[in-house]
Write a protein that binds this ligand. Structure first.
Ligand code: F3S
Length: 287
């Protein structure tokens, strides 16, 4: 049986860097300080359980930072608002910053443009931690616009300069469309496209592979929205698409009747889970 594994399957650069940082801290730990992550480091239950078994705890409210005074806190790839760094400093916390450099770049843009007098517009989901973090770096007025209706209703003084940035995972076509609407409405805009193409590359590779196989396997947490999106894309091209969390979910699947099987995985799926599936599909024993 031929197996096609997507090169882009699994962790993006920023998530891998953040997860590696947590495991580095676990290795370095001498027991004198406890390790915390600010928010779950990744949306994958297997990884979260493994970290918990190694003593890593999660906190996710700014007010709780005072309760972990003197300990180690890791900031995940989504990044956080400036206020979280200040609270950590006040509470003598050893900070390990795993903010993805692409997100950090947006923090810097928002901060600089605010100081220069721009009104910052963030195209993205206002409730997403990455966007909340970006908002928390603005030095002036800031507005988050998540849908076309909000973009059309956006109304500030027309002589105000606007700087538009995007949540890193925002859809590129929609971003372009929203920027056009803002410009049509007569605003002087400085647009900085901050979309990261890791997601788009993973989705387009999943589409290509699923078009050319009899069976398609998508590995990822049941709650992972980017995995669900991959499943939808693959299912539209290949009706025998399996969404699995670990190789155990494949035990009852009929893979043998396929001549060619494709495999991809969501952004929060660790490599070892992908490797186990690959070995299983190639006929190796799963331990
Ligand atoms: Fe990943 Fe960083 Fe892009 S976290 S999706 S590489 S912005």
């Amino acid at each position: 049986m031929e197996v096609k594994l997507a090169e882009s399957a699994g962790f993006c650069f920023g998530v891998k860097r953040a997860v590696d940082k947590v495991y580095e801290q676990i290795e370095k730990a001498d027991g004198s300080k406890k390790i915390y992550t600010y928010g779950p480091i990744i949306h994958n239950q297997e990884v979260v359980n493994d970290l918990k078994s190694k003593g890593v705890e999660t906190i996710d409210e700014p007010e709780k930072i005072a309760d972990i005074s003197g300990q180690i806190m890791i900031i995940r790839s989504h990044g956080v608002a400036r206020d979280i760094y200040e609270r950590a400093a006040r509470n003598n916390i050893t900070l390990e910053d795993a903010t993805c450099p692409f997100v950090k770049k947006i923090h810097n843009i928002v901060s600089e443009k605010g100081k220069e007098g721009y009104h910052v517009v963030i195209i993205g989901d206002a409730s997403h931690p990455e966007v909340r973090g970006i908002v928390g770096w603005s030095e002036g007025p800031v507005t988050v616009l998540g849908c076309e209706e909000e973009v059309r209703k956006f109304d500030i003084a027309k002589d105000k300069k606007i700087c538009v940035v995007a949540q890193t995972t925002f859809n590129a076509q929609k971003f372009k469309h929203f920027v056009e609407i803002i410009r049509e409405n007569g605003y002087d805009t400085n647009v900085i496209n901050t979309i990261c193409n890791a997601t788009a590359i993973r989705q387009s590779e999943a589409a290509d592979i699923s078009m050319s196989v009899d069976k398609m396997i998508v590995i990822g947490d049941a709650k992972s929205s980017n995995t669900k999106k991959l499943v939808d894309i693959c299912r539209s091209n290949c009706k025998d698409t399996y969404h699995i969390q670990t190789v155990k979910d494949l035990l009852s699947a009929d893979l043998q009747s396929g001549k060619c099987v494709g495999i991809t995985a969501g952004a929060s799926t660790p490599n070892y889970l992908i490797r186990e599936v690959l070995l299983y599909v190639r006929g190796n024993d799963f331990q």
